[in-house]
Design a protein around this ligand. Structure first.
Ligand code: ADP
Length: 275
């Protein structure tokens, strides 16, 4: 049987093949850039605490060890550096899981009011150090949402920590919950801290992005906190917003779905079983 070759079809197919390949290569190039940037950022973030720890240990070995008071002080500082490393590595672990899409949400019905109260308790001491008041208009009854409790706790914690870190002395952090249309609520974390310039807001949720890039910034952090929050909220198919006025304060908010009656009942039954 003779082979009939329709030249124009063939040309079209070759062109399509070349276009696809070009696209593939471009995607790979972008990924490679992304990977390089990521590695650069990771090593940069790890370097600071590592050098700090090394500095203290070397000074101790150099003779500072003989003085009991200095010994304790330097060991405490080195231990603080280790804490920081652990914190960064945990954040990195979380972000890689989130980005690869490996995070499986474990959704259940739980009371968000109780969760917020527990986060406030956790950070009361930190707030006290800057004389920041944590306020939460507690609704009279529980508000059940359907979400991954542990992850949402992390989101609230990251936002509260930021509001304290970037908050002013004697300032306030306020959390409020409001009903939205249908079965949604919105949780707002508002501070009257340093605020964020408009030009920085766009990049705020990028990983490793920090407004103050100087090495001597007073607040520690990995620049991963908000990026983790955004990933978690988006994994829930919910929305996150930020509004900020430089020098006045910021408000971070996100939506959550209210739990349905049967989900609440199920959660209560499980709770009863545990008891
Ligand atoms: P980190 O706090 O570790 O730097 P985040 O991802 O949590 O990282 O935040 C990124 C940046 O956004 C911070 O470095 C800070 O500049 C800015 N930022 C976050 N929250 C606030 C806030 N409540 N007020 C002012 N700036 C903030």
């Amino acid at each position: 049987q003779p082979i009939t070759t329709d030249m124009s079809t063939l040309t079209k197919e070759i062109e399509k093949f070349a276009k696809d390949k070009k696209l593939q290569i471009e995607t790979l190039k972008v990924r490679e850039e992304y990977r390089k940037e990521f590695m650069g950022n990771v090593s940069h973030e790890l370097k600071t605490p590592l050098f700090t720890i090394q500095g203290y240990l070397l000074t101790l070995l150099d003779g500072a060890m003989d003085d009991k008071n200095i010994r304790k002080k330097y060991l405490q500082r080195a231990a603080k550096g280790v804490d920081r490393l652990i914190y960064i590595v945990k954040d990195l672990d979380m972000i890689s899981k989130l980005e690869v899409g490996n995070l499986i949400l474990e959704q259940e019905a739980f009371d968000i009011v109780e969760l917020i109260q527990s986060v406030f308790e956790l950070f009361e001491m930190k707030a006290n150090k800057k004389n920041i008041v944590l306020t939460f208009d507690i609704p009279y009854e529980p508000i059940y949402v359907y979400a991954d409790k542990e992850r949402i706790q992390q989101c609230v914690a990251n936002l509260v920590v930021n509001s304290i870190k970037y908050g002013k002395m004697d300032g306030t952090t306020e959390i409020s919950i409001e009903n939205l249309i249908k079965n949604k609520i919105i949780i707002r974390v508002t501070d009257n801290g340093e605020g964020i310039e408009q030009s920085n807001i766009r990049r705020l949720f990028e990983r490793f992005y920090r407004v103050d890039k100087s090495g001597n910034r007073k607040e520690g952090g990995s620049g991963l906190g908000l990026s983790i929050v955004k990933h978690i909220i988006e994994a829930h198919k919910e929305k996150i917003y930020v509004e900020s006025v430089f020098g006045v304060g910021s408000e971070f908010s996100f939506t959550l779905e209210k739990a349905a009656e049967d989900q609440i009942l199920e959660a209560e039954e499980m709770y009863d079983d545990e008891i």
